[in-house]
Design a protein. Structure first.
Length: 186
């Protein structure tokens, strides 16, 4: 277990504000959305990891500030939730916001190994709205992830690759993507 925590700490991309330089709220929202999609896939395919990640992300529930010990997902949500605090580093968009209560419920459900497909799909749609996601590829990813048990193995493989490629296109190597790549290889 200590190895997992050490690896996660070393893998973090968003430890401080310098990693935000030149990013926009829209870009950070897309990255956050894709990270939640990865977490949902991992919830099904690597439950143990997903539970640990959700627990760590919930360590600071309010998403008020970036913290060196928090997960990359927590830190991105904190930035989006408090954009004015980071306006010297990112391009602010007050139309992008974070539904904190719903995300906390979702993470608690992962942590407690509870699954409500209807609530989760509703959250994913709500996130598209709050994060101002208009990219058709990301919307298709959301549809497949929301119905993960019903999609074919080929669609699952394609969805995983699309998520990985999109995040790498943003120059991302966040803590969740590292575990996700391991899943893709196996």
């Amino acid at each position: 277990m200590l190895d997992f925590i050490q690896e996660l700490n070393e893998a973090r991309l968003y430890r401080g504000t310098s990693t935000l330089q030149g990013r926009s709220a829209e870009e950070l929202a897309k990255i956050s959305f894709l990270m939640i999609m990865m977490l949902e896939i991992l919830r099904t395919e690597d439950t143990k990891f997903a539970v640990k990640y959700a627990d760590q992300t919930l360590q600071y529930e309010q998403f008020e500030a970036m913290r060196t010990s928090a997960t990359d997902l927590h830190n991105l949500l904190a930035v989006l939730n408090n954009q004015d605090d980071f306006e010297e580093r990112i391009t602010v968009n007050h139309n992008v916001s974070v539904p904190v209560l719903q995300i906390r419920r979702y993470l608690r459900d992962i942590s407690n190994k509870r699954k409500d497909r209807g609530l989760d799909r509703g959250l994913f749609i709500k996130l598209e709205t709050f994060f101002k996601i208009s990219d058709s590829t990301i919307k298709q990813i959301r549809r497949f992830v929301g119905d993960w048990h019903d999609v074919s193995n080929n669609e699952k493989a394609d969805t995983r690759k699309q998520i990985k490629n999109m995040l790498q296109g943003y120059g991302q190597q966040n803590d969740l993507l590292i575990q996700f790549k391991t899943l893709i290889k196996s």
